[in-house]
Design a protein. Structure first.
Lengths: 367, 622
């Protein structure tokens, strides 16, 4: 029978934050693709609304099945995801120099997006059983490293460095959360400090160049560096209250690269100013704090650790994307959750919110 | 197992860990918020100013395209500066009145300008109003610069083909990149509107010649004038390509062909380096610079002599009597004949119920293989054809490199055709007929070869049997002179012939020119022995036709072949010449080969002869 506590503990705040972000996303996207009056009108924002509806479906799916049931199925889900990642490399659809898409019947899926969630599930399941207040020592971290490393390497091979890095960051966040024993931490850091220069020495010239450009976009003044300058001009010129809807000139004149995906925040900040930018940041902050709250209110380790992993995923996307367009971070192709155009990222993040709601709903039900 | 003494995590512990996480999140968001404040509030004014005119722009810097040089490092292709009249629509506002002033002040057609301006894809990308303007227009625009906002003169390097239509098929030409080429991925870094090599060396060496574009970030004022340069990335100039061609020899070959359609290929028999790659008629690649106009293009395409076709590698011809080299080789190697074997030539040979004629109606009498080659006796080779059969012949033809591409490294190379019985069966559904063994033996069946293939074959005959891959590029050098790539000889294979039999063939070829009854004895040079073989490729079948001495329309006249190497003992040059509708190899093609050989091996004598033949340059003797 339907448990009434499920509804009572439903996290309406998470749902509301999602909807607010979605609304801001559609409005900004409309401007991003239609502000240039001379160009043909674009219907990308309508397409994105279809993605939102599908995302809501993913969200509902995310909280319908008891997450404890998901815990039991986690190894299966993880294996399926790894198999799909292998399949992508073998027979995926190539676009723009990398293979990321896999055709499942009529739909294309991006297994690397799913990997973010399945790695979080798999690690949460493992850590929940093993966690102690002492923290993990190196030997105990071998299995988590394998869990993360396998999909990580497969995603790097596509190559999709942005997503691979996200998977790594999610895993690191969860691992630091369940604590690494202190001497182990020091040991790992010391090893890294020694290994890095050695690895650097063996890199080829163009590889070094790529990494340096990644760290300092100004080294590539005609590519990444130029994009960041234009993005900073767009954001800065929005000033306190913005230029107004459809009035962003940097945006309208296509001075921004990928204005509807990775650089969507620049469009928003140009048109809605500091006020709009801060509003977006606050809504994201609420979403993330609520995510951590779900963890705090859960009563069993799997729920807590999974909630932390899912929240970390949203946090890193937001921090890296907004940090990048404001020139604080290296230029990486990471979308802004809920706002950037793109179906697979949207569905993944909304599925992730659905899982958070799931954990919250069943905080008393889960054994 | 030993874990029981470790404290398991409880709710308090998790809460403490979560508080730590919360702290990290808060710090991150505070940093993001502060950065936003800094950009939009503290520096907002400055960024607003920069955005008003979209002051920061990106300007491309084109890399200088590499030069193309001949083997003596003589310049064949380089770049010349040209001036384009361009307009940045955003800075030229209001565009209509700016264009009107421009049209009025420098005398350009307003309607044409308007139409061009409308093609602008973005308000910030300069649109070319008029390309390659002359100095008068340049001066006029510069003088009225302050009255013409957004209008600028842009310097652009254009390709210059120093020798006009000489070696045009080899050098190729440039053209605007097409949508398919952009999408194909073969030209990374190219954008719409870029010019790329479309044909010849310009195309096959595109990746070497192109270089890497640079660019600069500039800040401009409201009139589009650059106030300051923020950052610059220099363009990397393209590499220079040094060809194996000798431009002077190339010019000799082209001059010798005159107004005839045809081709000349000369190679170094010791390494396969191509010294001459001439095809006539040619075209002037300079006409393609900046886009060829429709009439000129139509004229080139509709010309019955196909000036756009590189006849040295794209056109195929029946090898005719030059093929007798292959037939002789097959006969000797297969043991069908030996050095002493003789056949009697009465001027014709009956086979089945047909009579096959020799070109010499009176007959050659009894002759051996050396004499048969030097006098090009058809009947002798009919006998060989009957005994060998088409398939055995084909094996030897293939070992000489016929029927497959020479891989000279230019596009559109034809493989030619060496027929076999199986080929005919699958192609036409009809079995090979015995009588066809006769015509195939004298190179008049389905056989098709390119002049390049024949040059490589005769080079191999001359050098003792080594078949080389023809080389066109001697070296690739960076703009500052470093060697990037160096060409080298590539051996494709060896001709399937023993030294003893090859010597017999060489003796026959020597007698073609140096012998008393040789078919090309008229082209002898003082002090240099030439070995060669004539050929007359029928454009139309001979059977049933009346005496061909009668006037025949030009396009029905036979093609003239001559293949040769010299000096006979240690050849330094091998040549293949085809003169379309030249009628006789000895009279039309052999003199061209002679001129090339003489110019290469004895340039002084060649100069002296030229002075006698043409005392008044520019006036051809009757």
């Amino acid at each position: 029978m339907f448990d009434r506590r499920l509804l009572k503990n439903f996290h309406w705040g998470l749902l509301a934050a999602t909807l607010v972000l979605a609304a801001m996303g559609v409005v900004t996207l409309y401007s991003a693709v239609n502000a240039d009056a001379t160009a043909a009108p674009s219907r990308l924002h309508l397409k994105q609304m279809i993605w939102y509806v599908m995302g809501l479906g993913a969200m509902v799916a995310g909280f319908t099945v008891n997450y404890k049931t998901l815990e039991r199925w986690t190894p299966v889900l993880y294996s399926l995801c790894v198999l799909m990642l292998v399949a992508v490399l073998l027979m995926g659809k190539a676009a723009g120099g990398s293979r990321r898409w896999l055709a499942l019947g009529p739909v294309f899926v991006q297994p690397s997006e799913l990997a973010k969630i399945t790695v979080a599930l798999m690690l949460a399941r493992h850590y929940a059983k093993e966690v102690t207040t002492r923290g993990f020592v190196l030997r105990e971290l071998i299995w988590p490293m394998a869990i993360t490393g396998l999909p990580f390497v497969l995603i790097v091979r596509q190559p999709d460095l942005g997503t691979a890095m996200l998977v790594l960051l999610i895993a690191l966040s969860m691992t630091f959360f369940v604590k690494i024993e202190r001497r182990t931490t020091i040991g790992i850091l010391a090893f890294g400090a020694v290994a890095l220069p050695v690895v650097w020495h063996f890199l080829k010239g163009y590889q070094k160049q790529r990494i340096l450009t990644f760290l300092d976009p100004n080294r590539d003044p005609l590519g990444a560096g130029y994009h960041i300058i234009q993005s900073k001009i767009a954001i800065g010129s929005g000033m306190l209250t913005g230029k107004g809807f459809l009035q962003g000139t940097q945006n309208a004149l296509r001075f921004l690269p990928e204005q509807h995906t990775d650089f969507i925040f620049s469009v928003l900040a140009e048109e809605w100013g500091f006020a709009g930018g801060v509003l977006l940041l606050v809504v994201f902050l609420l979403l993330i704090v609520w995510g951590l709250n779900v963890a705090a209110e859960s009563r069993e380790p799997f729920g807590i650790i999974l909630a932390v992993g899912l929240t970390a995923m949203i946090f890193w996307h937001v921090a890296i994307n907004i940090g990048m367009v404001m020139g604080l971070m290296p230029v990486v192709g990471v979308p802004l959750p809920f706002v950037s155009y793109g179906g697979s990222s949207l569905i993944t993040t909304m599925l992730c919110v659905g899982l958070l709601i799931n954990i919250r709903m069943r905080r008393f039900v889960a054994e | 197992m030993a874990k029981h003494y470790l404290k398991s995590a409880d709710a308090d512990w998790y809460r403490r860990r979560l508080n730590g996480a919360l702290l990290i999140v808060l710090v991150a968001f505070v940093i993001l918020g502060l950065r936003l404040f800094q950009l939009q509030v503290v520096q907002g004014e400055e960024y607003r100013r920069l955005s008003e005119n979209n002051c920061i722009r990106l300007q491309g810097i084109d890399p200088p395209r590499g030069q193309i040089l001949d083997r003596q490092r003589r310049l064949l292709v380089d770049n010349r500066p040209s001036f384009n009249l361009v307009m940045v629509p955003r800075d030229a506002k209001p565009v209509a009145s700016t264009l009107k002033r421009l049209a009025a002040s420098v005398g350009l057609d307003l309607e044409a300008l308007k139409q061009t301006a409308e093609r602008a894809r973005s308000g910030y990308r300069p649109v070319v109003l008029h390309s390659d303007i002359d100095r008068d227009l340049l001066a006029a625009v510069e003088a009225r610069r302050w009255d013409l906002p957004g209008v600028m003169v842009e310097v652009k390097a254009l390709r210059r083909y120093v020798h006009g239509d000489s070696a045009s098929h080899l050098l190729g030409y440039m053209g605007e990149i097409s949508a398919e080429e952009l999408a194909g991925g073969r030209y990374p870094g190219c954008r719409g509107g870029d010019y790329i090599g479309k044909f010849g060396i310009e195309k096959t060496c595109e990746h070497l010649l192109r270089g890497e574009p640079g660019g600069r970030q500039v800040e401009v004022d409201a009139r589009g004038q650059v106030i300051r340069v923020l950052q610059t990335v220099d363009a990397v100039p393209g590499h220079n390509v040094v060809l194996t061609i000798d431009q002077q020899l190339q010019a000799v070959a082209e001059r010798s062909l005159g107004d005839n359609a045809g081709a000349v290929v000369a190679v170094d028999p010791d390494n396969g380096e191509v010294l001459v790659l001439a095809s006539r008629p040619g075209f002037d690649p300079n006409a393609f610079v900046g886009g060829i106009n429709r009439q000129d293009w139509q004229a080139l395409v509709e010309n019955p002599h196909h000036p756009m076709e590189n006849k040295a590698i794209q056109a195929t011809y029946p090898p005719a009597s030059t093929y007798k080299i292959v037939t002789a080789m097959a006969g000797l190697e297969e043991g069908v004949i030996d050095a002493q074997s003789r056949f009697f030539c009465p001027g014709r040979l009956r086979y089945g119920n047909r009579s096959y004629r020799c070109w010499k109606r009176g007959g050659h009498g009894r002759l051996d293989v050396v004499e048969a080659i030097s006098q090009s006796c058809d009947v002798f080779f009919y006998h060989l054809g009957i005994k060998l059969g088409v398939d055995r012949l084909a094996r030897y033809a293939r070992s000489c490199g016929l029927g497959s591409r020479t891989e000279v490294g230019l596009d559109h190379e034809d493989a030619g055709l060496i027929p076999t019985a199986a080929w005919k069966k699958s192609r036409f559904g009809v079995a090979w007929q015995g009588g066809e063994n006769l015509s195939v033996a004298i190179g008049q069946s389905y056989n098709l070869v390119t002049p390049m293939q024949m040059a490589m074959m005769i080079a191999a005959i001359g050098n003792g049997g080594t078949l080389y891959q023809p080389q066109l590029v001697r070296a690739v050098e960076s703009a500052d002179g470093r060697i990037i790539e160096q060409g080298g000889a590539v051996v494709k294979g060896r001709i399937a012939v023993s030294a003893r039999h090859l010597a017999l063939i060489q003796e026959g070829l020597w007698q073609v020119v140096q012998g008393d009854r040789g078919t090309a004895r008229g082209i002898r040079l003082a002090g240099i022995d030439i070995s060669g073989k004539t050929g007359t490729a029928q454009v139309f079948g001979r059977k049933g036709e009346a005496d061909r001495k009668a006037e025949v329309a030009d396009y029905l006249k036979d093609h003239a072949w001559f293949v040769a190497y010299a000096p006979s003992q240690a050849p330094k040059i091998a040549v293949a010449v085809i003169v379309e509708h030249g009628e006789h190899g000895a009279s039309a093609a052999a003199p061209v080969a002679r001129a090339v050989i003489q110019a290469y091996l004895d340039p002084e004598a060649a100069a002296a002869e030229a002075a006698i033949a043409d005392p008044e340059p520019g006036q051809a003797p009757e």
